[in-house]
Design a protein around this ligand. Structure first.
Ligand SMILES: CN(C)C(=N)NCCC[C@H](N)C(=O)O
Length: 288
C-alpha cells in the first residue's frame, strides 16, 4: 500500500487548516449561537471580547488530529482508486480513471475520515463556542480549560458516545460531498491540462479551490445539523436525534437555517483547498 499519499495528505491538511481556522470559528458560532447579527457582527464581537486569539480557539487539537484525518482521506481515496483501476497516482495522468471510480473512491475516503474526525471535530466545536476571553483576571472561567480537559469532561458527563455526538450528520455531510470534491478537482484539472501532462500549479490551485467551494456549498445543510448536535448535551439534551434537530431547526428558523455559514464555508474553502491540493501534488511530485 503506497504510504506517500497518507503523508502528503497529512502535511497538506495542516497547511489548509491553519489558513482556514478563523473562518471556521466564525462559521461555527453563527451556526450554533443566535446572538450575532451576521458575519461582520460576529467578527467584531469576537475581536473586541477575545482579541485575535478568539479566532484561533480550538485549533491545537485539529492540528494534532489533521495527521490522522487528512491522511485517511487522501490515503484511502488514492488506495481505493488503486484497487478499482490498478493505477498508481503517477500513472493516472496517462490512464485517467473514470469519474464514477473517482466518485466511489472519494465517498470511501469521506466515510472513513468522518469516523476519525468525529471526536476531534466535536471538541473543536465545543472550544470554538466558548466566548470567554482568555487569560483575563476577573473574567469568568470557561467551561473547558483545553482540548484534553474538554475530552475528559465529555467522557465523564456524557459517556464515550458523547464524543461521537453528531457523527451521523458528519457522515452524511462528508460521504457524498467528498466524492464530489475529488470529481470536481479531477474534472477541472483535466479540462485545463493538455492530455498526458501534469496540471500546472495555477491549475491545481484553481481546481482545488473550486473543488472546496463546490463540496462545502453542498455540505452546509448537514454541517449546520452536525454542529447543533455536537453542542447538544452541553446543557442537557434539546434534540431527540438528528431528524428531530432538523425538524425543530426548520420549524423555528425556516429553510434559511440549513444555509447558515454557507458564505463563510465557501470563502474559507477556496484558500484552504487550493493550498491543500497544491502541497499534496507538490509533495507527491517530490517523492516520485
Ligand atoms: C465538504 N467537505 C467536508 C470537504 N471538502 N472536506 C475535505 C476537507 C478539506 C479541507 N481540510 C477543508 O477543511 O476544507
Amino acid at each position: 500500500m503506497p504510504v506517500e499519499e497518507f503523508v502528503a495528505g497529512w502535511i497538506s491538511g495542516a497547511v489548509g487548516l491553519v489558513l482556514g481556522h478563523p473562518f471556521d470559528t466564525i462559521k461555527v458560532r453563527l451556526q450554533t449561537q443566535n446572538t450575532y447579527q451576521g458575519i461582520v457582527d460576529c467578527i467584531l464581537k469576537t475581536y473586541r471580547h477575545e482579541s485575535v486569539l478568539g479566532f484561533f480557539k480550538g485549533m491545537s487539537f485539529p492540528i494534532a488530529s489533521v495527521a490522522l484525518v487528512n491522511s485517511v482521506l487522501f490515503g484511502v481515496y488514492s488506495n481505493t482508486l488503486l484497487a478499482l483501476t490498478a493505477t498508481s497516482h503517477q500513472e493516472r495522468r496517462a490512464q485517467p480513471p473514470s469519474y464514477t471510480n473517482i466518485f466511489i473512491a472519494g465517498c470511501t475516503g469521506g466515510l472513513l475520515q468522518a469516523y476519525c474526525l468525529a471526536p476531534f471535530d466535536l471538541i473543536k466545536v465545543r472550544l470554538q463556542n466558548q466566548t470567554e476571553p482568555r487569560m483575563q483576571i476577573g473574567s469568568s472561567e470557561p467551561r473547558y480549560r483545553g482540548p484534553v480537559h474538554c475530552a475528559a469532561s465529555i467522557l465523564r458527563e456524557e459517556g464515550p458516545q458523547g464524543l461521537f455526538r453528531g457523527s451521523w450528520a458528519l457522515v452524511l455531510r462528508d460521504t457524498p460531498t467528498l466524492g464530489m470534491y475529488f470529481v470536481t478537482y479531477e474534472g477541472l484539472c483535466r479540462q485545463y491540462t493538455p492530455e498526458g501532462q501534469n496540471p500546472s500549479s495555477a491549475t491545481v490551485l484553481v481546481a482545488g479551490g473550486f473543488a472546496g467551494i463546490a463540496s462545502w456549498i453542498t455540505a452546509t445543510p448537514f454541517d449546520v445539523i452536525k454542529s447543533r448536535m455536537q453542542m447538544d448535551g452541553l446543557k442537557g439534551r434539546k434534540y431527540r436525534g438528528m431528524l428531530d434537530c432538523m425538524a425543530s431547526s426548520f420549524q423555528q428558523e425556516g429553510i434559511g437555517v440549513f444555509f447558515k455559514g454557507m458564505t463563510l464555508n465557501s470563502a474559507r474553502a477556496f484558500p484552504v483547498n487550493a493550498a491543500t491540493f497544491l502541497s499534496y501534488e507538490y509533495l507527491l511530485s517530490l517523492w516520485r
